[in-house]
Ligand binder design. Structure first.
Ligand code: FES
Ligand SMILES: [Fe+2]
Length: 372
């Protein structure tokens, strides 16, 4: 047999596995948090949950810092909403914090708290590792692990280039899927399903062949485009006065373990997706669509952008819905079986993803055994 077993069905719904992967997979690895341009101004912030940890990434007078998004006083959430602009001051009783997480201000400290400098230091917010790859922001909750450059390996220069080349934001959104986050990731890691699940969409867009490359749990899948979408994008580029990125002219897809996927269409459009766990059987798929900028440095009018993007957004939405339906059916059926499914050679990117996941999760199990 050429095929290899997939993960045990329990890996997709068991609470204990989910609890363990939140820490061992999400808190131990570099996680994509957002784009530098979202934090261009003083006090701009973005929030996200990494594993079990609420995180805020904020611009403090030009310096970016990733801090625990939980007040040390009585644990209110410091910044709310996915992004905004607001100083780092708790909305409950106005305790405020500095860039390194240090407690800066406590109303009525002298009369009611009597916190010394040392007491205040002990109440600092936890600060997390933050590194940039071009304009992409990555955060890691756990300390003392490889640098972002070492973690990404050959993908570091690739992502660095993509982050600066595809920088004109044209749309974003999110969907909730009733699947474990791993099933959601697995839907983008093979083209084996394209002819049957996407006969009217992706199958007409790209060919059912894929050249793949790996580095640890990360991988690349390059799929040649059909002629019709190439022509369509050529026309769109002329209209929008933008130039193709010559390094990626087909459908070039990158997966950065554990939960970032980047699809490039004809060197023109980037769809960046993250798969966020909500609970053991639900996940949120977030996507950002970005295009190469205009060559003349001018802004493309919103009307022109929307006309072009309406077409692509509808296409994107249909494909994602096709994937969601089939992924949710797999998720539901995991409860009825007790043996792993199979991965063919054409599903090798899934195998690499799962192997990286198994390494992370079993390190934890070994650690628990050693501790006992
Ligand atoms: S909970 Fe934050 S200041 Fe009280
Ligand atoms: Fe798909």
């Amino acid at each position: 047999m050429i095929a290899t077993p997939s993960l045990q069905p329990t890996a997709y719904y068991e609470q204990s596995t989910f609890d363990s992967e939140l820490v061992e997979v999400f808190e131990n690895n570099w996680i994509f948090a957002g784009f530098v341009e979202q934090l261009a101004n003083d006090n701009d912030f973005i929030t996200l949950t990494i594993g079990k940890t609420p995180v805020v990434v904020q611009n403090f007078k030009g310096q970016l810092s990733a801090l625990l998004n939980v007040c040390s006083h009585r644990r209110a959430q410091l910044q709310t909403g996915p992004q905004g602009n607001r100083s780092m001051r708790c909305p409950y009783h106005c305790w405020s914090y500095k860039q390194d997480g240090a407690l800066a201000g406590v109303p009525q400290n002298n009369t009611d708290f009597g916190l010394t400098q040392e007491d205040k230091r002990a109440l600092s917010l936890r600060r997390f590792e933050l590194e940039l790859c071009g304009n992409f922001i990555f955060v890691r909750v756990c300390k003392n692990k490889p640098t972002l450059r070492a973690f990404l390996g050959p993908y570091f220069p690739i992502l660095q280039e993509l982050s600066t080349s595809f920088c004109d934001s044209v749309g974003k959104g999110s969907y909730e899927w009733h699947t474990n986050w791993k099933i959601a990731c697995e839907t983008v890691l093979e083209v084996y399903h394209v002819a049957s699940v996407h006969p009217e969409t992706f199958a007409k867009f790209a060919k059912a062949e894929c050249e793949i490359q790996f580095f640890n749990g990360h991988s690349t899948g390059n799929t040649p485009l059909q002629d019709a979408p190439k022509k369509w994008w050529q026309g769109a580029r002329k209209h929008l006065k933008i130039e193709q990125n010559q390094n990626y002219t087909e459908y070039n897809h990158f997966f950065i373990y554990p939960n970032l996927a980047i699809g490039l269409t004809n060197g023109t459009l980037m769809s960046l997706q993250t798969y966020e766990p909500i609970d053991a059987t639900r996940s949120r798929l977030n996507f950002d669509l970005k295009m190469v900028p205009r060559v003349d440095g001018k802004e493309t009018s919103e009307a022109v952008k929307s006309a072009i993007m309406a077409n692509f957004n509808e296409f994107n939405h249909t494909i994602l819905e096709e994937d969601r339906l089939i992924a949710e059916s797999c998720q539901k059926n995991m409860l009825s079986v007790n043996t792993p499914g199979l991965l063919g050679k054409c599903e090798d990117r899934i195998l690499h993803f799962q192997n990286a996941w198994k390494r992370d999760v079993s390190q934890n199990t070994n650690q628990i055994n050693e501790d006992n």
